[in-house]
Design a protein around this ligand. Structure first.
Ligand code: CA
Ligand code: CA
Length: 81
């Protein structure tokens, strides 16, 4: 099983409702501590967010600030209902 398949499986198996509660802290995902989450950091930290990355990247800088990350979690939680 290659990494892409594993990530996809993880995305499908983890219940979205549990995501917001169990989501890693912004600072934990922000490995280089620049105050933003790059796609690579998101992929390593919380791959589910990649699915909504473009939608919540309001200012289109290809990075998520804390407000955009919070929105991503809210969007993902809302998708379940
Ligand atoms: Ca970063
Ligand atoms: Ca952004």
């Amino acid at each position: 099983m290659d990494t892409k398949v594993k990530v996809l499986a993880a995305m499908l198996l983890i219940p979205v409702a549990a995501l917001a509660a169990e989501a890693p802290d912004f600072k934990t995902i922000d490995k280089d501590k620049d105050g933003y989450l790059s796609r690579d950091e998101v992929r390593d930290g919380i791959p589910q967010v990649l699915a909504v990355f473009s939608r919540v990247d309001i200012n289109k800088d290809e990075k998520l600030n804390p407000a955009e990350y919070e929105m991503a979690l809210r969007v993902l939680s809302g998708q379940q209902s």
